[in-house]
Design a protein around this ligand. Sequence first.
Ligand SMILES: NC(=O)c1ccc[n+]([C@@H]2O[C@H](COP(=O)([O-])OP(=O)(O)OC[C@H]3O[C@@H](n4cnc5c(N)ncnc54)[C@H](OP(=O)(O)O)[C@@H]3O)[C@@H](O)[C@H]2O)c1
Length: 247
Amino acid sequence: MKHILIAGISGAIGHALAEHYLGRDQQLQIIGLCRDPAAVSFDPAVADRVSLVPWDAAYAKDPGETGSEIARVLAADEGLDLVIYAAGFLHGAGIQPEKRLEDLNAEALAHAFAVNATGFAILMRAIAPWLRHRRFKIVAAVSAKVGSIEDNGFGGWYAYRSSKAALNMLVRNLAVELPRKCRPLACVAVHPGTTLSPLSEPFSRSLAQLKVHQPAETAENIASVLEGLTEDSNGQFLSWDGSQIPW
Ligand SMILES: NC(=O)c1ccc[n+]([C@@H]2O[C@H](COP(=O)([O-])OP(=O)(O)OC[C@H]3O[C@@H](n4cnc5c(N)ncnc54)[C@H](OP(=O)(O)O)[C@@H]3O)[C@@H](O)[C@H]2O)c1
């Protein structure tokens, strides 16, 4: 049986990915991490294959605690075949993406880093025991093209851009270290493409010129990129169409 862990299963992309995989493999089991499990639901036909674990990326300081919560629903020797970090923060609770230097705010920067980068790092530390099996496994961090340093010709969105760049660096570091202990494996960053979700909703007017995907389309796109991965893909930053994005 395959086991998939999705952090941010309450989000548009995380939830659509869970539905995608549950619909394609009647055997697989999903471990979903989110702040409020009571607010997440699935079709009754598949719901018994989803185990929801309470987790807040901004307060997940103790990997041992997160590991114990996950161990309640999946023994470490069963292993994880796919880990998707789909939690992310762009705006909320009085925080908006910055247009200029004067908009910078330490709390907003700290919160974006906590959810977009630190949460991933601490989660990876927590779940390392689930990655030691011998089957091919994938760690995919849902990043954003705006986190690409080379691609940044536009500026703005300081907290989001820089925290996604930090997430990307974590992916590169893990791509170096994890194969030593968890081979065979591919650890990648994935840009999902612009997708209709609460995260993108306030920008719908400026998104009008872009192709905006429904979450289900994005889930299919990401799943198809992940399906094509091999050990040689380890350490890549991939877009939803499979093309590579410069770091
Ligand atoms: N939508 C796009 O156009 C787009 C483009 C590029 C990249 N992305 C990336 O795609 C990922 C998914 O975004 P989305 O579009 O699906 O947005 P979304 O529907 O707003 O989902 C965001 C997810 O992040 C979770 N989250 C936020 N703060 C958290 C915290 N403190 N602890 C734990 N979880 C937290 C949310 O949980 P709650 O339900 O508890 O709030 C939710 O599950 C993000 O990393 C985003 O940066 C999206």
